[in-house]
Design a protein around this ligand. Structure first.
Ligand SMILES: Cc1cc2nc3c(=O)[nH]c(=O)nc-3n(C[C@H](O)[C@H](O)[C@H](O)COP(=O)(O)OP(=O)(O)OC[C@H]3O[C@@H](n4cnc5c(N)ncnc54)[C@H](O)[C@@H]3O)c2cc1C
Length: 302
């Protein structure tokens, strides 16, 4: 379970005490405030706070004294124009602060996104919970044969069972030793900052992560993508749903001009123009490497 009854009670109390405000409010985001969206077996994403909405993007773009909005269509058109032309700073005027609980190996990928503010749970100060990510059987997969940085078919039968058993047993054994080392029962007890060395990378950590909308969309573009590892992609997918509710027009533009778009090289554009004119272009006449040609074919056939 991702939340204890006490943690849920704290969230319920916060949600039960709304305060009036003059700030921009996104109705779609209000429903997410404080609630935990479960991810993986023990993780979650919670919206702690946010600033701005679709109108705030237009307000900043127009450097307006008032709300900055015109009509809904006019605003959406502006947002789409900004997204299409990489005019990114108006999107930086919106921010979100998330509380995320995630396995350490996922946190290592996530922390590479440097354009956010982070405060992580201290394992020097506190004792980590006995919670490990154990993949669901369909995600216990073999090394991919075509992609060195990915997984292929799910393991089957005895091999799958043996792998799952090893993951569980090793996690439990490491945590038992961690507890035994820090225990003050009849011994001095090893410092927490040292005992944690023994913990595996599938143990859960938590952090507050604050980021502006422009950089969040950059994160989502990379981590909600099919090439991202499943275990970080499910967090990105959960955040995508939150962003769609928070800034629906910006999210639609993001889907159209980033997630659903492709970036073509000069050679690809040249081939495309020749193909539109009726020429049959082969890899040998494309000016592209075999790999780039394959990627081009994937773009056209997707
Ligand atoms: C599918 C996938 C596979 C990956 N594989 C690997 C891997 O094998 N090994 C590995 O090490 N990483 C890997 N990464 C991580 C990747 O290289 C980036 O570090 C990560 O995606 C963060 O991207 P970013 O730097 O654009 O984001 P952010 O850190 O959020 O930065 C956003 C942008 O700000 C600018 N910026 C921020 N900080 C600086 C800075 N200090 N100097 C200059 N410009 C800056 C850059 O323009 C950057 O694009 C992988 C990522 C993905 C999505």
């Amino acid at each position: 379970m991702s939340l204890t009854p006490e943690q849920q009670a704290e969230i319920d109390e916060l949600r039960a005490n709304p305060a009036p405000t003059l700030r921009a409010v996104s109705e779609g985001m209000e429903k997410h405030l404080y609630s935990a969206i479960p991810v993986l077996d023990h993780g979650f994403v919670r919206v702690i706070d946010y600033m701005g909405d679709d109108a705030a993007i237009c307000q900043a773009a127009r450097v307006s004294y008032g709300k900055g909005t015109k009509s809904v269509q006019n605003d959406e058109g502006l947002i789409r124009y900004l997204m299409r032309h990489w005019h990114s700073t108006p999107f930086e005027m919106c921010e979100v602060k998330l509380h995320v609980k995630l396995p350490v190996f996922v946190a290592r990928q996530w922390i590479r996104h440097r354009t956010a503010n982070v405060n992580e749970y201290s394992a020097r100060y506190s004792i980590l919970d006995r919670e490990f990510y154990i993949p669901a059987p369909e995600h216990v997969a073999a090394q991919s044969l075509v992609n060195n940085q990915g997984r292929g078919e799910a393991l089957q039968g005895e091999e799958a069972a043996r792998v799952l058993e090893m993951l569980k047993a090793d996690s439990t054994r490491s945590y038992d030793s961690y507890e035994a080392m820090i225990s003050q029962d009849g011994q001095q007890g090893l410092a927490r900052e040292l005992a944690r060395m023994n913990l595996p990378a599938n143990i859960y950590t938590q952090w507050y992560w604050k980021v502006d909308l422009h950089n969040l969309l950059h994160f989502l573009r990379l981590r909600a993508d099919a090439h991202a590892q499943y275990e970080i992609r499910v967090y990105a997918d959960a955040i995508c749903k939150v962003v769609a509710d928070w800034v629906p027009a910006a999210y639609r533009a993001f889907e159209d001009y980033r997630m659903g778009a492709v970036s073509m090289s000069a050679q690809m554009m040249d081939c495309l123009r020749r193909m539109v004119k009726g020429e049959v272009v082969e890899q040998s006449t494309s000016g592209m490497s075999a790999r780039e040609w394959r990627e081009f074919q994937d773009m056209l056939n997707d």
